[in-house]
Design a protein around this ligand. Structure first.
Ligand SMILES: [Zn+2]
Length: 232
């Protein structure tokens, strides 16, 4: 029987190993995704898609919910994640617009989680980020159609992905420049959460960190200044 976990192991050529090793494999996969330069809401969407947790018509069918399992984009039968993101007529046309026809030869899998792992093994992080944004755009377009808002053609979706990615990267880079150029003397107690967010941004820390060796001087300085502010 197929499962996402077994598909993951097969795709990576891993043996079935119980216990902590599984945890570390999944953790490294999650760490990779979490470090991608894309908004958190899109990472969470992608994590759900990878695990087969998106509310597609096919998934509803698996849960014995009565729905018409038909793709709203092409009217074909079987609205699975793999269909929406790869095998739908609209998706195929979209990928050609975005990455050319070569992308179809590069992807050898048919299950969505296996396709993801296949792509993950073949491309570097910036291109992987483009894939994740592409999945998000196809999903958003599908939902717009479901809710009667009208969908886009393949070229419009591809243009949106490239524009969104460029704008998001610029926003992150400019934010870092702006924050690094600031020279705070101390931080008011009430502004602690904002200060911590700004520090994370300035130091490129996107998750909690524990330093096993010496803590970076810039972090020590911030903690001291923040502590001083708390004394007021
Ligand atoms: Zn379709």
């Amino acid at each position: 029987m197929y499962s996402v976990r077994s598909g993951y192991r097969v795709a990576l050529g891993m043996e079935e190993l119980p216990g902590p090793s599984d945890y570390y494999r999944w953790k490294s996969w999650w760490d990779f995704l979490w470090k991608c330069c894309i908004p958190n809401k899109i990472k969470i969407f992608f994590w759900k898609a990878f695990h087969g947790w998106l509310p597609t018509a096919t998934n509803f069918g698996f849960r014995h919910v009565q729905v018409v399992d038909r793709c709203v984009c092409c009217n074909g039968t079987g609205e699975s994640s793999a269909h929406i993101f790869w095998f739908c007529k609209l998706a195929k046309s979209f990928w050609k617009q975005l990455l050319g026809v070569g992308v179809f030869y590069a992807v050898k899998e048919v299950e969505f989680s296996c396709i993801v792992i296949d792509v993950f093994a073949k491309v570097d992080r910036p291109i992987f980020e483009l894939f994740v944004l592409a999945y998000w755009s196809l999903w958003t377009n599908k939902n717009n159609l479901v809710h009667g808002a009208g969908g886009w053609d393949a070229k419009s979706i591809a243009d949106w992905v490239l524009r969104y990615r460029a704008e998001y990267h610029n926003a992150v880079v400019f934010s870092h420049k702006d924050v690094i150029s600031c020279q705070p003397i101390f931080v008011h107690r009430g502004a602690n959460s904002v200060a911590h967010e700004l520090t994370q941004l300035a130091l490129f820390l996107y998750e909690p960190h524990i330093w096993m060796e010496e803590v970076p001087a810039s972090v020590v300085l911030f903690v001291l200044k923040d502590g001083a502010a708390l004394a007021f």
